[in-house]
Design a protein around this ligand. Structure first.
Ligand SMILES: N[C@H](CCC[C@H](N)C(=O)O)C(=O)O
Length: 278
């Protein structure tokens, strides 16, 4: 593997999770970015590495408090990751002592705020045009021409949200994987299955592009409240139960706000021999 960093050095990282959506976080501020697709796959392997749903790399920014890049465990890039943004938001809020910080991701500058013990992030405005999601050709994004007629929503990454009468009956892995690779999605897609319990409560399960079933997905939760609201099934503010716990979503004038808990699990470092084997 081509590397532009010194493998004789160790590589410190943090393991964090938001509702069981788990992340390895590497802080590359003050040096060149070091994460490559190969490194992401090696670290993401739960046997050879440590495993994660996404790897997040913090970088110095000239436009916000930090820049943040996301990788899936198959080595692909994710344009957005709401739960990792909340986790890194927590780190930066604690580091700076501020109540609000800015994070530049591929989709633009996001704001993270303290919300009691939890962290809120404004995940920005949803993308509802077919070519923004993106889809492969013009269709009605409120009712995609697929079995189950999902809603297409971009949150900096693509999502297809299905409404189902009973979430327990859904084969999330089988159905999710089929939709992820449907030719309607030229960059593949994340897939959400949502059971609306009331106008302000949704139960959601997710199949993540490049990762598979996860216990939560922040951008997917944002996409789901947008989809439910567009279909007239819920209000714009909902509580959402995912496999890993509860999030609050609020689609406001300035974007979709997501609030929930974050957890630091451990701090460790990859040693030189691990990095040399990548
Ligand atoms: N877990 C993330 C989303 C990852 C999406 C990723 N699987 C993609 O390829 O877009 C979240 O909290 O928003």
């Amino acid at each position: 593997m081509q590397q532009d960093f010194d493998t004789s050095r160790r590589l410190p990282f943090l393991k964090m999770h938001g509702l069981g959506n788990d992340f390895v976080i590497v802080d590359s501020r003050g040096r060149d970015a070091i994460v490559t697709a190969e490194l992401a796959r090696a670290v993401g392997d739960r046997h050879r590495g440590v495993g994660f749903d996404q790897l997040a790399e913090i970088r110095s920014s000239d436009a916000a408090d930090i820049d943040l890049d996301f990788w899936n465990s198959d080595g692909s890039r994710a344009g957005a990751c709401g739960n990792a943004t909340r986790c890194v938001g927590r780190l930066m809020l604690d580091e700076t002592g501020k109540d609000e910080i800015t994070i530049r991701t591929e989709r633009g500058i996001l704001i993270a705020r303290r919300a009691g013990d939890e962290v809120s992030v404004n995940m920005g405005h949803p993308q509802r045009m077919w070519d923004e999601v993106p889809l492969s050709h013009p269709v009605d994004t409120d009712f995609l021409p697929l079995e189950g007629e999902p809603v297409a929503v971009g949150m900096g990454n693509p999502h297809a949200v299905f409404f189902v009468p009973d979430i327990k009956e859904v084969d999330v892995a089988g159905w999710g994987k089929r939709v992820e690779y449907d030719p309607l999605f030229p960059q593949r897609t994340n897939v959400e299955f949502a059971e609306v319990r009331s106008r302000d409560e949704i139960r959601m399960r997710v199949w993540e592009r490049g990762t598979g079933i996860t216990l939560a997905c922040g951008s997917g939760a944002c996409a789901t409240v947008v989809a439910a609201s567009v279909r007239g099934l819920t209000d714009k503010k909902v509580r959402m139960e995912v496999d890993g716990g509860w999030l609050t979503l609020d689609w406001r004038e300035d974007g979709v706000w997501m609030t929930g808990p974050t957890q630091l699990v451990f701090q460790a470092e990859f040693d030189a021999s691990f990095l040399e084997r990548v």
